[in-house]
Design a protein around this ligand. Structure first.
Ligand code: GLU
Length: 444
């Protein structure tokens, strides 16, 4: 089957899964050239096998809320591809979770993990459970109920989950605790664990730091210094927080952060003290970003995203499709010259087209946010060795991995006119490794 026929087939076979179609379409649109250079791929129907997940588990999760009411949610694990290593990818708890979203995330994860240079396949899981407004006890009971179903499908060499939106250290701790009880082993089947029980130093920081390290690599190609650059960041969760932390230490000026209710604009820049406030607000009190505007007397814009604010660099770190065509045009009109994605697929296809047409530095999530899963891979290595490495050691490895991913993007994405198409570079590099591994292992 030809690449464009595969997309039509997926739309027919799996209708009503727009995010999944979007992710597949973006990759297929960029790998055609290398695909055509390898007729053996078509002979073995490689693209179709690579686009459809190996298997999907779906289950009911039953739990009891604080009022004693019995509640149900749906739970899923999409094991997309394990050609280069055990299935690996996070768990998302959010009201919007459905199979389309998890299939797009698992598909993306497969290429992202391939780029990291570490031996990890791609997976994703989650639930339509919304952590918003839930007590700590409810979160714990939900995590335990989720894992009583999930545990039989995962293991240190088969499938290693981690966090994603709505799942941080607290949730991983509760899930891992239940997993250990059921599986009767201590081999580190989850990553993003607490530091006291096998977690890696720098894992909480890794996605945000990694995104900034990738941005620095891109800026270096143009001889641009990050110092004093104005940056708009969206989100205020784990990825956004550590993106802002690293940007502050490098002397950049971060003027926005957001949550699903709206964004704050701080013209003086978010400094260390203000970031500490946000971390406490979000991680401890689970409050809303609006409270920052009230405390520091700055602008709060409800129901909007920060892309209309003037900036040099944008780092979307909230969720999928948070930058549409209009947002992209607004960013460009305001002089934004670099976009580096901390979230997964935050730009719509129309927005990506705008960035590429304008030839700005544009790094897709599967390259720029790969730092998180990279340090997850390093956590797996430390667990297997029953050792733990210092922060400096992990941070250096993270920098090296991000530099390597950047190199791969340059190798496969540099156009004749010298412009680096990072979308193409990341897709081709990620694809070729998985494709070669699949070919070598026969028709499965
Ligand atoms: N959810 C993160 C991602 O999108 C991390 C996955 C992991 O550490 O396994 O890459």
């Amino acid at each position: 089957m030809k690449a464009n026929e595969v997309l039509d087939m997926l739309k027919r076979r799996f209708p009503n899964e727009p995010e999944y179609h979007q992710a597949v379409s973006e990759v297929l649109g960029t790998i055609e050239e290398v695909y055509n250079e390898h007729p053996e791929f078509e002979k073995s129907n490689l693209i179709e096998r690579l686009c459809i997940p190996d298997r999907i588990f779906s289950f009911r999760v039953t739990w009891v809320d604080d009022k004693g009411q019995v509640r149900t949610n749906m739970g899923y694990r999409v094991q997309h591809n394990n050609a280069i290593g055990p299935y690996k990818g996070g768990i998302r708890f959010h009201a919007s979770v459905n199979l389309s979203i998890l299939k797009f995330l698992a598909f993306e994860q497969t290429f992202k993990n391939s780029l990291t240079t570490l031996p990890m396949g791609g997976a994703k899981g989650g639930s339509d459970f919304s952590p918003r407004g839930k007590s700590n006890a409810e979160i714990m009971r939900f995590c335990q109920a989720f894992v009583t179903e999930l545990w039989r499908h995962i293991g240190p060499d088969t499938d290693v989950p981690a966090g994603d939106i709505g799942v941080g250290g607290r949730e991983v701790g509760y899930m891992y605790g239940m997993y250990k009880k059921l599986a009767r082993e201590n081999t580190g089947t989850f990553t993003g664990k607490g530091i006291e029980f096998g977690g890696s130093l720098i894992r909480p920081e890794a996605t945000g730091y990694g995104n900034v390290y990738f941005l620095l690599q891109m800026l270096k190609t143009k001889g641009i210094d990050i110092k004093d650059k104005v940056v708009t960041v969206s989100g205020s969760g784990n990825v956004a927080q550590y993106t802002v932390e690293k940007l502050i230490t490098l002397g950049a000026k971060v003027v926005t952060m957001s949550d699903s209710d709206g964004y704050i604009y701080d013209p003086d820049g978010i400094d260390r003290e203000k970031l500490d406030y946000i971390m406490e607000l979000k991680n401890l009190y689970r409050g809303r970003i609006r409270e920052y505007a009230e405390k520091y007397g700055v602008k709060y814009v409800p129901g909007a995203r920060p892309w209309g604010e003037k900036c040099d660099i944008a780092m979307p770190s909230a969720t999928q499709n948070e930058i549409n065509g209009d947002d992209a045009r607004a960013l460009l009109a305001n002089g934004c010259f670099a976009v580096s994605e901390g979230a997964n697929m935050p730009s719509t296809p129309e927005a990506i087209d705008e960035f590429l047409k304008a030839k700005i530095l544009y790094a897709p999530g599967k390259a720029a946010n790969a730092g998180g899963v990279s340090v997850s891979g390093l956590e797996m290595t430390q667990n297997a060795q029953k050792l733990s490495w210092s922060s400096e050691e992990v941070d250096q490895k993270l920098k090296d991995i991000m530099a390597n991913i950047h190199e791969q993007c340059l190798k496969y994405g540099t156009q004749e006119d010298g412009y680096v198409n990072y979308v193409k570079g990341a897709n081709v590099a990620g694809f070729m490794k998985v494709a070669k591994a699949m070919m070598a292992q026969g028709i499965l």
